[in-house]
Design a binder for this molecule. Structure first.
Ligand code: FES
Length: 237
């Protein structure tokens, strides 16, 4: 086992039931140098301070529940080693742009409500086939990358257009709309385009690229949203 090292961590704490406003709480943690941010949070919660609240589940960058902001960047705590921050102290905050429920746990209701607005499931005019839908490799390639979104909220939380207008659908919901509009099996592209071609839809994306930088799956979100804009214009004429 590698020799343990001391890490200085500041965590933005907030319990709305007793704190007037969020405050930075410092901790010092002794841990292996290859520890992840989630390992550090677990160490704090299990050994130093059982009141610290954060979400985690899969520990494998799949469930999307451990997204948070560390040293100014939205990341997944379970997949991010602390050495990515190169010996600097760590400042850990909840995802920006969402109401804090407690400490690093934010209220994602608005995020999933926007996701629901684009109707994130296949809508069909044709009868459901007896067996599976046939989709060619080329057709699947159109949506392959966007299908790996894990709904962590890191992109939407990093978007200044979302910060300035909470009604804006945001990158994750728009990406989900793309996923079905360009799915060869779906029959509701026009309906979905009407939803995204709205004053709070795709045109609020100003190609800032924060979403792409924040995405832990490296999805080229801005590129897909640009294709969505082209599709919306084509449909209008
Ligand atoms: S714990 Fe599931 S993505 Fe991090």
């Amino acid at each position: 086992m590698d020799e343990q090292t001391n890490v200085k961590v500041k965590i933005l704490r907030y319990n709305p039931e007793k704190d007037k406003k969020p405050f930075w709480q410092p901790y010092e943690v002794k841990i292996e140098p290859d520890a992840t941010i989630l390992d550090i949070l677990n160490e704090i919660r299990w050994k130093l301070d059982g009141t610290l609240a954060f979400r985690r589940s899969c520990r494998s960058a799949i469930c999307g529940s451990c997204a948070m902001k560390v040293n100014g960047r939205n990341i997944l705590a379970c997949e991010t080693p602390m050495h990515r921050f190169k010996g600097r102290g760590l400042k850990i905050e909840p995802l920006p742009g969402f109401r804090i429920i407690k400490d690093l746990v934010v209220d994602l209701d608005s995020f999933f409500e926007k996701m629901n607005r684009v109707r994130p499931y296949l809508l069909l005019d044709k009868p459901i086939p007896d067996k599976e839908f046939i989709q060619s490799p080329e057709e699947f390639e159109e949506i392959r990358e966007v299908c790996i979104c894990i709904l962590c909220g890191a992109c939407t939380s990093s978007c200044p257009s979302v910060w300035s207008n909470e009604e804006y659908l945001g990158p994750a919901a728009l990406l989900k709309a793309y996923r079905f509009i360009f799915d060869s099996r779906d029959d509701a592209a026009d309906e979905r385009i009407d939803i995204v071609n709205d004053k709070n839809g795709i045109w609020r994306c100003h190609t800032i690229f924060n979403c792409m930088e924040a995405c832990p799956k490296h999805i080229k979100i801005t590129e897909y949203l640009s294709r969505l804009k082209v599709k919306a214009v084509e449909n209008s004429i």
